[in-house]
Design a protein around this ligand. Structure first.
Ligand SMILES: Nc1nc2c(ncn2[C@@H]2O[C@H](COP(=O)(O)OP(=O)(O)O)[C@@H](O)[C@H]2O)c(=O)[nH]1
Ligand SMILES: [Mg+2]
Length: 388
């Protein structure tokens, strides 16, 4: 009994989600079998979503014929429908018996040779989460188009800045963790990126990254599609609201003031773009509205997006109570109009009285009016101390 217990506590569970991986699955199971350290017991769990190409059946047949080795078992979970990668992994985690869990893709993008290093980092060096990373020194990606690389980098940036994650490759699908760290957590498993959710929801754990070369698949095709991408942003939003972001709290008030002012200006610049796009859309593309009406709609749209971005990002206010939000919005609109008037007055003064050139006068007026606008909104709309 005791022996069994020790065995169980030393076990490693490897989870492999599959959808239409008939060309890869048996090969990857072989590879994994060959590289696993001999002194540990493993449970490999394939989670298949009723793949139309028969991946599930291929594994079943394989298991009937393969020689069973007591300490290295292979199991398969059949799910009825394609319910997404994150939830497939979660299903595997629920069935896992090991105290260490490894998650990896089936398409050889994640080289099995890295598995022993992941296991060692957890068992020997006692890390809680180990991420096989493409984005630390020594790691790289081979075979991806520039577009896919940019998408991945952008999504990573959003996760790091928006959720305050320090890990360089929080979007990795190749990682290992101590099962105990997710005990009691409510995992939503929306979309592809379950590691990101684990990183956000586990606090104060020791994380290590190990570099590896991601090799784009040679057989089968990627399941990344528009829905997966939308799911990603949905899950980031949910995680953002899950708790306070883990961004390190900056204490110096001057730095805080300047960084908020910079965000306010950035939002202002994005407002120009919104204003332009919406106005042009209304004038030409989706209707042939009178241009002044279209401009008004453009202004309203940009004030609204500016308000939302400043509320969430600049002033980090996530309380969306209806009354409070409407009253903040009202103040924001008033200050924005005031800012516009000040800008107009200043341009007039600088061009007419100081005889400055118009472009320079405009730039100066925008900078100063926006600064006034920032200060007013900081103090009255979002009720912050001036220097904080
Ligand atoms: N069970 C299950 N596995 C999935 C699903 N979507 C993707 N996978 C598997 O997850 C891994 C990564 O998917 P892949 O299409 O290679 O994504 P990419 O590497 O980001 O292009 C592969 O092993 C897929 O077979 C799904 O909805 N359900
Ligand atoms: Mg892949």
């Amino acid at each position: 009994m005791l022996k069994q217990k020790i065995n169980e506590n030393n076990q490693v569970s490897i989870i492999i989600p599959t959808y239409n991986e008939s060309k890869n699955i048996i090969k990857i199971l072989h590879h994994i079998g060959e590289i696993l350290p001999k002194n540990i017991s493993t449970q490999t769990i394939v989670v298949d979503d009723n793949s139309p190409d028969g991946t599930g059946k291929i594994v079943e047949d394989y298991l009937k014929n393969v020689k069973k080795i007591a300490d290295n078992t292979i199991e398969i979970i059949h799910r009825k429908t394609k319910d997404g990668l994150g939830s497939a992994i979660l299903k595997g985690i629920q069935q896992a018996k090991g105290d260490t869990i490894v998650v990896m893709d089936c398409d050889f993008s994640h080289p099995p040779q890295i598995i022993p290093k992941l296991i060692e980092s957890i068992k020997k060096y006692q890390y809680d989460i180990v991420v096989a990373s493409r984005y630390i020194k020594g790691g790289k990606i081979q075979g991806w188009s520039v577009k896919r690389k940019i998408m991945s980098r952008f999504a990573t940036l959003i996760a790091k800045k928006g959720l305050g994650i320090d890990t360089k490759d929080p979007m990795s699908g190749f990682f290992a963790f101590k099962r105990s760290i997710i005990k009691g957590l409510n995992i939503d498993a929306i979309g592809f990126k379950i590691l990101l959710e684990i990183l956000v929801k586990t606090k104060g754990v020791n994380i290590k990254e190990i570099p590896y070369t991601f090799q784009n698949r040679e057989l089968g095709s990627s399941k990344l599609n528009v829905k997966t991408i939308l799911d990603y942003y949905k899950s980031v939003w949910k995680l953002y609201r899950y708790g306070k972001p883990l961004v390190k709290q900056e204490k110096r008030s001057s730095v805080k003031f300047l960084s908020k002012a910079a965000r306010f200006y950035t939002v202002g610049a994005s407002g120009f773009i919104v204003n332009y796009i919406i106005s042009v859309l209304f004038v030409g593309v989706i209707s042939d509205m009178w241009y002044l009406h279209a401009t008004v709609i453009g202004i309203i749209a940009s004030i609204t997006t500016n308000f939302i971005l400043n509320k969430i990002w600049t002033f980090e206010d996530r309380d969306f109570g209806i009354k409070k939000t409407i009253s903040q919005y009202g103040k924001f609109v008033i200050f924005s109009s005031l800012g516009a008037l000040v800008q107009l007055g200043m341009v007039y003064f600088l061009v007419d009285n100081v005889e400055m050139s118009y472009p320079l006068a405009l730039i100066l007026a925008v900078i100063i009016a926006a600064f006034g606008n920032f200060v007013l909104n900081k103090k009255w709309t979002f009720k912050e101390k001036l220097l904080s």
